[in-house]
Ligand binder design. Structure first.
Ligand code: KIV
Ligand code: NA
Length: 258
């Protein structure tokens, strides 16, 4: 699983063998320049889901429910989930949370909406968690994560995302779940699948890199090179050449030059 935020990234997921495409609310930071996922509105998410959906038909298409769109009450969550599917064109949804989110998962799955709960580090709660920190490092909080995962499985979730937990916790949860897969991000090699943010995989920016990120590409340096080379070529007038320009038929040229 990898994130996608627009038509070309959605196309790339479909064309190159990704199983699940996620329109993650990391969209807030990596595409929209916000400093937190909590800033992302449902309308902004819908706009990007529509673009990804136009590019990505084959891999399962999941979207994050933005902060505040599923917590107030179950009716609200259903209404917003339906909007993401009908207007956004996604096939399933991801929500962050623990035991307090079990009723929402139960309701959404009972009406046929595939739900993937996200446990461990919850970026939508980074402020109350005092930052983006590894979760489940002590036995008690690790057991809370195991219990949430089991409750979500019983509530009908089709998969669980585990973010930033010790690898023994990733493996323990994976082994205890009877029917559904885990997808890890910073949860070690023992989960059933992995997910990363598009921009982290591509190396599109050079800022902070979490321990669990591996850059599989270096798009940032390609972008830098192309932008600089283009600007320089324009300034020194080596671009465009005659080959890159249109000619006028000779007879017309003579008339034009008169
Ligand atoms: O928003 C996101 O990109 C995510 C994934 C990293 C799991 O939630
Ligand atoms: Na997210």
């Amino acid at each position: 699983m990898i994130t996608a935020y627009d038509y070309p990234t959605g196309r790339a997921c479909e064309a190159h063998g990704i199983d699940v495409t996620l329109v993650g609310d990391s969209l807030a930071q990596v595409c929209l320049g916000y400093d937190s996922t909590t800033r992302l509105t449902l309308d902004e998410m819908l706009h990007h889901c529509r673009a990804v959906a136009r590019g990505s038909k084959a891999p399962l298409l999941i979207a994050d429910m933005p902060f505040g769109t599923y917590q107030a009450n179950v009716e609200d969550a259903v209404h917003n989930a339906v909007r993401l599917m009908q207007e956004g064109g996604v096939e399933g949804l991801k929500i962050e949370g623990g035991m307090e989110a079990v009723d929402v998962v139960k309701k959404l799955t009972s009406i046929g909406i595939p739900v993937m709960p996200h446990i461990g580090l919850l970026p939508q709660r980074h402020t109350i968690l005092s930052g983006y920190k590894v979760q489940g490092r002590d036995a008690r909080s690790a057991w809370n994560l195991v219990e949430s995962a089991l409750a979500f499985e019983a509530a009908g979730a089709f998969a669980i995302v585990l973010e930033a937990v010790p690898e023994v916790v990733g493996s323990a949860i994976t082994n205890r779940l009877a029917r559904i897969p885990t997808i890890g991000i910073g949860a070690g090699p023992g989960t059933n699948g992995q997910v990363l943010v598009w921009d982290d995989v591509m190396g599109t920016w050079g800022g902070h890199k979490a321990k669990f990120v591996r850059r599989f590409g270096n798009v940032k340096s390609e972008v830098e090179k192309a932008v600089k080379d283009y600007a320089q070529a324009v300034r020194e007038k080596s671009f465009p050449t005659a080959d890159e320009s249109y000619a006028m038929p000779t007879a017309e040229l003579e008339l034009f030059m008169k």
